[in-house]
Design a protein around this ligand. Structure first.
Ligand SMILES: Cc1cc2nc3c(=O)[nH]c(=O)nc-3n(C[C@H](O)[C@H](O)[C@H](O)COP(=O)(O)OP(=O)(O)OC[C@H]3O[C@@H](n4cnc5c(N)ncnc54)[C@H](O)[C@@H]3O)c2cc1C
Length: 520
């Protein structure tokens, strides 16, 4: 069995994992960073559109903090909000602009600033409507060129290795729970690699793919949340799954997010007869109300009017020139699916978009397990509370990626290099290869039940039904997992089932409607 010994192991190379790696590598600390996908840029980060918070004219950290706290519905962690508001804009300039050379759009001689839902002023910088791609491509390039970075692709994390669970010395069960690395499934060779590390940073992103309708890429299956939970880390606020109001519904089956910036620019939600409806739900913010308000309004309108979707109207509110200039990616992707957004209404439904909860971490990204950090969407700093303010997540990944790196730089000498001989090699199951049809069927059922029972509007009856079915799925899948050969699909199915159960359980336990968790 292949074994790798690392100082720091980072799992996931979106903005959060990538920035952690870059900051450590720049400080002279060698890192191993691994991703399950073939193209290291494939991530939620790559697909993010609208932009990232910087600083508006006459903006202050206090003003940004106030907007984040308002969106978080009283459940944001004030310390995390302060950390982001005070450090975010400076780090954006230092790391994204100066270190990576991201060329954000400019107007005249200053950065072009957009306004999105819940923001009291324009403060979002962007690269047209493909901001995440611009960041991720440069970040991966910098990691590939760095002598202190070993970048591994097509390596799916299976489970974290802890001293208490895995050590051959059974007495380790009495020692504090400590993470010492992870097992990885190599998608090319199908073999398992053991990566031992003094510190492990989980940066595996979100969980949108546990829902039938979502905006996330295929890899966002909640792998990290499930791995951390199994290892014994504290996982919190899982009921707070944010649904993006506007996922494009193509007649050809195409689904992708239409950024909020479209509504920030004046676009309005309407019915087929072009009647706007958001004024009924929020007289002040209207189409720019917080995401959960807009998403539930659409859900309600769909029920009341018995329609499978509503529409976004850009054509009557945004000039054609501005549409072409500001939203070229959306223009193209909709055109590919047969809709001309400069002259036609655009069909949209809400989709699962962002996980506000996750692996509990402190202001330096430390989880409750010694040796385990978590950064980005897989983590819960408490910043978003019960609901996320638009465009805060890329910045959170940047800020906590930097802070985890700072903390590691100062404390790595206190963590011991684990001895690989004390940890067993992977035991391969001797059953055959898993049937992909079974994996697809189970996964599809989990996604459908999450959408119907643990979606935008939750009831006790729906949640109890979801939990019963998920427990049955988990049992079946665990048996399957232990008796057949590993594949990326099987690992993902096991994790999706666990993470779905974590969301359903948290939603069932929390009887109060708050933020993006709505109990009827
Ligand atoms: C369509 C869309 C638009 C968005 N727009 C915005 C926006 O405009 N502004 C904003 O601030 N936020 C936006 N977001 C949210 C934001 O993109 C994410 O929250 C953020 O990028 C998460 O970064 P991350 O580094 O935590 O995770 P990701 O970028 O998702 O990276 C996760 C990494 O983990 C890897 N991985 C996953 N599982 C495993 C495993 N088992 N083993 C190994 N590797 C694994 C993945 O391959 C990937 O490399 C958007 C999200 C989407 C989906």
């Amino acid at each position: 069995m292949a074994t790798i010994n690392a100082d720091v192991l980072i799992i996931g190379c979106g903005i959060a994992g990538g920035i952690t790696a870059l900051r450590l590598a720049d400080a002279g600390i060698p890192v191993v960073i691994a991703t399950r996908s073939q193209d290291p840029a494939e991530s939620n980060t790559f697909w993010s559109q609208g932009g990232i918070i910087f600083e508006g004219q006459e903006d202050t950290p206090e003003r940004l903090a106030k907007d984040i706290l308002a969106a978080g519905a009283g459940l944001s962690n004030p310390d995390a909000v302060q950390v982001l508001a005070e450090n975010g804009p400076r780090l954006l300039e230092d790391v994204l602009i100066n270190r990576l050379g991201i060329e954000f759009d400019v107007e005249g001689r200053t950065l072009s600033l957009a306004r999105e839902g819940g923001h009291s002023l324009a403060r979002i910088v962007h690269v047209a409507d493909a901001t995440g791609k611009a960041i991720e491509v440069k970040l991966i390039q910098a990691l590939k060129e760095h002598p202190n970075v070993t970048l591994l692709t097509q390596q799916t994390g299976i489970d974290l290795i802890t001293s208490s669970h895995h050590s051959v010395d059974r007495l380790q069960v009495y020692a504090p729970l400590t993470c010492v690395g992870a097992y990885f499934h190599d998608r090319r060779t199908r073999e398992v690699t053991k990566v031992m590390a003094r510190a492990t940073v989980l940066a595996t992103g979100g969980l949108g793919q546990i829902y039938a309708h979502n905006t996330n890429p295929l890899g966002a299956r909640g792998d990290g949340q499930a791995m951390a939970y199994r290892a014994g880390a504290r996982v919190i606020n899982m009921e707070f799954v944010q649904f993006h109001p506007t996922t494009f519904v193509g007649a050809n089956g195409a689904r992708f997010l239409i950024t909020e910036a479209v509504r920030g620019d004046g676009g309005r939600l309407v019915h087929a007869d072009n009647t706007p409806f958001m004024d009924k739900y929020d007289a002040v913010w209207k189409d720019l109300a917080p995401r959960d308000v807009v998403a539930r309004a659409i859900y309600q309108e769909m029920l009341e009017h018995d329609v499978p979707y509503v529409y976004l109207n850009l054509r009557d509110y945004i000039t054609e020139d501005r549409i072409r200039h500001h939203f070229p990616t959306i223009l193209q992707r909709c055109a590919d699916a047969g809709v001309d957004i400069t002259s036609e209404l655009v069909p949209v439904v809400p989709g699962a978009h962002y996980a506000c909860g996750g692996v509990w971490v402190d202001e330096w990204g430390q989880s409750t397990l010694a040796g385990l950090y978590a950064v980005g969407e897989v983590a819960c700093t408490g910043l978003h509370g019960a609901n996320r303010l638009a465009s805060t997540s890329l910045l959170e990944g940047l800020v906590w990626g930097d802070r985890a790196a700072q903390h590691l730089k100062a404390n790595l000498h206190l963590l011991h290099q684990p001895d690989a001989n004390n940890y067993p090699d992977w035991e391969y199951a001797d059953g055959g290869a898993p049937d992909p049809a079974l994996i697809g069927q189970d996964y599809g059922q989990i996604k459908a039940l999450m959408w119907n029972y643990v979606g935008l509007v939750r009831t006790t009856q729906r949640l109890e039904r979801a939990l019963r079915e998920l427990r049955r799925f988990e049992q079946e899948i665990e048996f399957f997992y232990r008796t057949t050969h590993l594949t990326d699909g099987l690992i993902g199915l096991r994790n999706a089932a666990r993470t779905a159960t974590l969301v359903a359980q948290a939603a069932w336990t929390n009887r109060t409607s708050v933020g993006c968790h709505f109990r009827e």
